[in-house]
Ligand binder design. Structure first.
Ligand code: MG
Length: 260
């Protein structure tokens, strides 16, 4: 799964580079597909029945599953980009959020940057928890505790992370919150996509008329960060991070180990 994770990371890095005011989600989508195919993979989002894009691009109150459009990004937008690659029958899946600069609205930009930073650190907190977990649901407990300590944010419960392997979405679910079950044992061979979806308001969502885009009911901003993470005999390795998770895990005292 390393190759699929590498292609996913490369596609999202290129997407991040191109994500500026005036660019369009469809341009990002085409660039991500080029990168993935150039690395011998194919966009696995295109394998989801009814979906024909490489990325989901969700702006402002759209949380996840936004369909790439021709509407240009504007200053101050908070944009979440989700994508994945399949290489040799194995899958990667990752997402990031970015806030575009807007000198005219510093307070809006600051609040959105904080929301994204809290979501990203919750992701890394969850990955760090996986490194020491005996059971998978310890991940969600760590994410929830992190979010609750960060302020008045909402954790989406209708959408959760997932196992990943031969297909992009597999058992088991990976909750972003505490549940009353321990979940499966964490042991070598487990690979999961951890993906907190955090909102600056209430957690209620609705589906837009396109029947894909998940949007907050109260119009609040949202952020989404995701990585695919492998548990192996020597430790954990973040497959969709270019450094395997070294930088992201450092604040939590966890050192990822390359897969032997
Ligand atoms: Mg996912």
């Amino acid at each position: 799964m390393s190759a699929a994770g590498f292609a996913t990371a490369a596609a999202l890095a290129e997407t991040r580079r191109l994500l500026v005011p005036g660019a369009t989600p469809l341009e990002l989508d085409a660039a991500a597909e080029r990168v993935i195919r150039g690395l011998g993979g194919r966009p696995n989002f295109q394998l989801v029945p009814g979906y024909r894009h490489t990325l989901c691009v969700s702006v402002d109150d759209d949380v996840v599953h936004g369909i790439p459009s021709e509407r240009a990004f504007r200053p101050g937008d908070i944009v979440s980009v989700d994508g994945g690659a399949e290489v040799d029958g194995w899958n990667g899946d990752a997402a990031f959020t970015v806030v575009l600069p807007d000198p005219a609205r510093p307070e809006v930009v600051a609040a959105r940057e904080t929301l994204s930073a809290v979501t990203e650190s919750a992701l890394w907190r969850g990955i760090a928890a996986l490194a020491g977990a005996r059971h998978l649901n310890e991940v969600g407990a760590a994410i929830e505790d992190h979010i609750r300590s960060a302020g008045d944010y909402g954790i989406l419960t209708e959408y959760v992370g997932h196992g990943i392997g031969r297909t992009m979405h597999e058992e088991p679910p990976v909750f972003n919150y505490r549940v009353d079950r321990r979940g499966p044992a964490v042991k070598p061979g487990l690979v999961v996509a951890i993906e907190p979806m955090i909102v600056a308001g209430a957690v209620e969502t609705f589906l837009r008329d396109d029947e894909w885009t998940v949007t907050t009911a109260d119009g609040a901003d949202s952020a989404h960060w995701e990585h695919s993470v492998a548990v192996h005999a020597e430790g954990i390795w973040v497959l969709t991070a270019e450094d395997g998770g070294v930088a992201g895990l450092a604040p939590f005292g966890v050192v990822p180990v390359p897969i032997p």
